[in-house]
Design a protein around this ligand. Structure first.
Ligand code: MGP
Length: 271
């Protein structure tokens, strides 16, 4: 992979934003676009091993899942599905979630529409020592989900090849609607929530998503009813750091309502 490490000079405002940030994988505070600068002081929360040479495009700075949230997610899923072997992360981004899943599950597939994100995931997974547990595929999930040729051959022909699928989809940039219950999930592009859930349910009994804290809960309820019936329960966990809800972990499927002792163990960081 070719990448560009910025020179130590002050690229401010529009100059920084006009750079081809897809090539810029090691930012400084000065090269980060204005809407990402607040994440600079959180860099060790995004990746505790940030100083080991973590790669992130400017888009990944605002969309990667912080390490403690990703670790909580992976441990919660592991507690609910202790025998799970194959996990799939369909918007792997910079690897925040993939790496933590690979810490606790034997085999994790990392999928992303952007090759640079897949490259960042593999590079960052190497820093965390879990690259050997990860396989990758690059492509648009709306198309990949229509076929199975990208799935490892030993599980491809199973009715539901994966034990758990996770997705932390694009929310539409940093100015997504933050007002309570205002974020309409079926307006997300390119991954519309109801279509996304249907595609995940087709290849895994249990699946989960990381969604805005302002998500419209009625949209979640409607999709749950459509996929699993009126009596089915969907689990929604507020993911809190520094007394602030960062997002929702939404879990679907027959096994997601089991006991979760890890919620008590990690309080007060999460609830
Ligand atoms: P935030 O909501 O922009 O910041 O991002 P903050 O400070 O919690 O909220 P604010 O209202 O005080 O500004 C919080 C976290 O949400 C980020 O660290 C990412 O993990 C996640 N996140 C943010 N965005 C815009 C996205 C996105 O588009 N997709 C995904 N999957 N996660 C996102």
């Amino acid at each position: 992979m070719s990448y560009f490490i910025p020179e130590e000079q002050d690229h401010t405002g529009s100059e920084a934003e006009s750079q081809s940030d897809d090539q810029l994988l090691m930012h400084t505070l000065h090269t980060l676009p204005a809407n990402c600068k607040k994440f600079w002081r959180r860099r060790y929360q995004l990746f505790s091993l940030y100083d080991e040479g973590i790669f992130m495009t400017s888009e990944l700075w605002f969309s990667v899942t912080p390490e403690n949230i990703a670790a909580f997610t992976a441990h919660a899923v592991h507690e609910l599905l202790p025998d799970a072997h194959d996990v799939l992360d369909i918007c792997c981004g910079g690897g925040g979630n993939t790496i933590q899943f690979a810490n606790v599950f034997p085999r994790v597939g990392a999928v992303d529409i952007k090759q640079v994100n897949v490259d960042c995931t593999l590079h960052n997974a190497g820093i965390y020592g879990v690259a050997d547990n990860i396989w990758t595929a690059t492509g648009d999930w709306n198309q990949l989900s229509q076929s199975r040729d990208w799935i490892p051959t030993d599980i491809r022909d199973k009715p539901q090849p994966f034990d758990f699928i996770f997705c932390s989809p694009p929310w539409g940039g940093t100015s997504y609607s933050r007002e309570e219950n205002s974020f309409r999930l079926n307006e997300m592009v390119p991954l519309r929530f109801d279509v996304l859930c249907e595609s995940m349910a087709a290849i895994s009994a249990n699946f989960g998503l990381f969604l805005p804290r302002s998500s419209h809960l009625g949209d979640i309820s409607k999709t749950s009813t459509k996929l699993f019936g009126v009596s089915a329960k969907t689990r929604i966990i507020n993911l809190v750091t520094e007394d602030h809800i960062r997002g929702l972990l939404v879990l679907f499927g027959p096994d997601v309502m089991g006991p979760l002792s890890c919620i008590d163990n990690v309080a007060p960081m999460y609830n």
